[in-house]
Design a protein around this ligand. Structure first.
Ligand code: CU
Length: 161
């Protein structure tokens, strides 16, 4: 029973920290590419996607692959693909997200509006996400949440029909 406190603290700290590390991973990444129809998108330093409309069937599995082109440092220029629930106020979402670099500029309170999202890709990097298109027909907005990019026109529409 001699001085157990420091040891206990250290053990508890590890116990609390380690489970969180694996929590962000989504399902199995085993069959990327074959898992859903691949949609390739390029993001540019002029803050544009080269694909601004994606058509899909209700419930169709999509594999969005986003490549960022350019040579600017990732800290000032990076892109992601964030698909939003219908009716989401995109402007409010990117405004709230601007202070949350640690979560790819998506505020915790906005998570509920996000149907799918890739990580951030700096110049030359590629990120991807696999998801099922919504079952409800209609238009779903997608955008880049990097500050200023949505306003600069970095957005598109997933059309489920
Ligand atoms: Cu961007």
């Amino acid at each position: 029973m001699r001085m157990p406190s420091l040891f206990t603290t250290v053990v508890l700290t590890f116990a609390l920290v380690s489970p969180g590390a694996a929590a962000g991973q989504s399902s199995k990444g085993a069959s990327k590419g074959a898992d859903g129809r691949t949609v390739k998108i390029t993001g540019t330093e002029t803050m544009k996607y080269d694909v601004t409309t994606i058509n899909a069937k209700p419930g169709e599995r999509l594999h969005v692959v986003l490549t960022a082109v350019g040579t600017m440092p990732k800290i000032v220029m990076a892109h992601n693909f964030v698909l939003l629930q219908q009716g989401t106020d995109a402007m409010a979402l990117v405004t709230a997200g601007a202070q949350h670099r640690e979560t790819d500029f998506i505020a915790p309170e906005s998570k509920k509006d996000v149907l799918a999202a890739t990580g951030m890709a700096g110049g030359g990097e590629t990120v991807d996400v696999t998801f099922k298109a919504p079952m409800k027909r209609g238009e779903y907005p997608y955008l880049c949440s990097f500050p200023g990019h949505y306003v600069g026109g970095m957005k598109g529409t997933l059309v489920v029909k």
